[in-house]
Design a protein around this ligand. Structure first.
Ligand code: THU
Length: 126
């Protein structure tokens, strides 16, 4: 499954809208029902209005009625082993658990898999 998510994240990364950073990112989620949802970063001339690849993938998942992230892969063309930013870790936590697998990728595939609980210990919860 990690390979399938890598592939989906890589394909989504090709659609990244990154005229300001030139830093394409892709993400792909395995949802609770077995479906895969992917997304890319989408930047905006008003910089803070841009969104991360993980956020796009989460929106695609929630917009299709799914609310559980079992696994997620993240790839950034210009950085080996890119990790989700702090805000995206919290967004992943909203729909994941400490056991959610986060696959960190380089151009060739998954290079490390880490549990969300290790990437974002003691995440905020209500
Ligand atoms: N970016 C992501 O898509 N995901 C992350 O986890 C970190 C950063 C994007 C935001 C922006 O479009 C570009 O990478 C440079 O920060």
């Amino acid at each position: 499954m990690a390979d399938k998510l890598f592939d989906a994240a890589r394909k989504a990364m090709a659609f990244a809208h990154v005229p300001y950073s030139q830093f394409p990112v892709g993400a792909a989620i395995l949802a609770g029902n077995g479906e895969v949802f992917s997304g890319c970063n989408v930047e905006n001339a008003a910089y803070p209005e841009g969104c991360c690849a993980e956020t796009s993938a989460i929106s695609a998942m929630v917009g299709s009625g799914q609310k559980q992230i079992t696994e997620i892969a993240v790839i950034a063309e210009k950085k080996a082993r890119a990790t989700p930013c702090g805000g995206c870790r919290q967004r992943i936590a909203e729909f994941g658990s400490v056991e959610t697998l986060v696959h960190l990728c380089d151009k060739t595939g998954v290079v490390e898999t880490i549990k969300l609980g290790d990437l974002l210990p003691r995440s905020f919860e209500l």
